[in-house]
Ligand binder design. Structure first.
Ligand SMILES: C[S@@+](CC[C@H](N)C(=O)[O-])C[C@H]1O[C@@H](n2cnc3c(N)ncnc32)[C@H](O)[C@@H]1O
Length: 247
């Protein structure tokens, strides 16, 4: 598929080749993959026996962790062919109940009311240009009383410079800006959409969810090799997690 007209898809078409190049390494990680402790705390009581949908599933290691926590099935959705095919190969090799479909969110292509839990994050919401449409689709996918969970980069993250000596705010970024162009691996060149924490929470509520839990965390969800930014030393937020219930 020609993705040159869409800088975000073009960036992911290149970046997701790593899922194929690093197949063996990802397979080894998948054998012991676990969710973050905060995710296990939030989902521990929910995930047992659940049919899970994971938009922007990427390498799918979290799907294997969800299956290990007791999910009945996990359906990963990603628009990258390399991501979908390598995740499926890995899941088949490990014999876990995960399957993958290529989809351009928010058009999941799945039946409505078919999921107990929609799980996403770690670099997912930032690629969503229409947050209302995204939450509407998540709402449609869930059965009444079903759960939405996201563990995501904090909306302040685009502002943090990667200076090692002190936390600094990038002069070219703003918290209330609608978007910026990502200038680091793996999303280099992709358009990252920005939404404030308030916008994310209120858009979720207005789509028909009750907010069950919202937390801000100091740790980034991913640490690039060889970088030690002061912004990651525990003083400022780098991630947030949100658990919401479909009304
Ligand atoms: C940073 S990765 C993170 C995914 C996953 N949480 C992980 O840890 O691997 C982002 C993924 O989202 C996918 N993606 C971005 N926008 C998308 C969209 N609109 N629909 C489907 N997939 C999308 C990309 O192809 C990429 O695999």
């Amino acid at each position: 598929m020609d993705v040159t007209g869409d800088p975000t898809r073009a960036a992911w078409a290149i970046a997701s080749r790593k899922y194929e190049h690093e197949y063996a390494e990802h397979l080894e990680r998948a054998r012991t993959a676990e969710l973050f402790p905060a995710e296990v705390d939030a989902l521990g009581e929910i995930v047992g026996g659940a049919e899970v949908v994971h938009p922007m599933s990427g390498h799918g290691l979290d799907d294997i962790a969800l299956a290990r926590l007791g999910a009945r099935s996990v359906h990963g959705l990603d628009y990258s062919e390399a991501a979908v095919s390598s995740a499926q190969r890995r899941a088949d090799e490990l014999g876990v109940p995960c399957r993958y479909t290529r989809a351009v969110m928010p058009a999941s292509g799945l039946d409505g009311a078919s999921a107990d839990l929609v799980y996403t994050g770690k670099g997912a919401l930032i690629w969503v240009s229409d947050l209302r449409a995204f939450f509407a689709e998540v709402h449609r996918l869930l059965r009444a009383g079903g759960w939405f969970y996201v563990y995501e980069a904090h909306p302040l993250v685009p502002l943090w410079a990667w200076d090692a000596d002190e936390i600094r705010v990038r002069a070219d970024r703003g918290y209330f800006a609608p978007s910026h162009v990502n200038d680091t691996f793996p999303g280099n060149g992709a358009v990252e959409h920005q939404n404030t924490l308030a916008t994310i929470v209120m858009t979720c509520r207005r789509a028909g969810f009750e907010i069950e839990h919202l937390e801000e965390h100091p740790e980034p969800f991913w640490l690039p090799a060889g970088v030690g930014a002061a912004a990651w030393d525990g003083r400022v937020p780098n991630t947030f997690s949100l658990l919401a219930r479909r009304v």
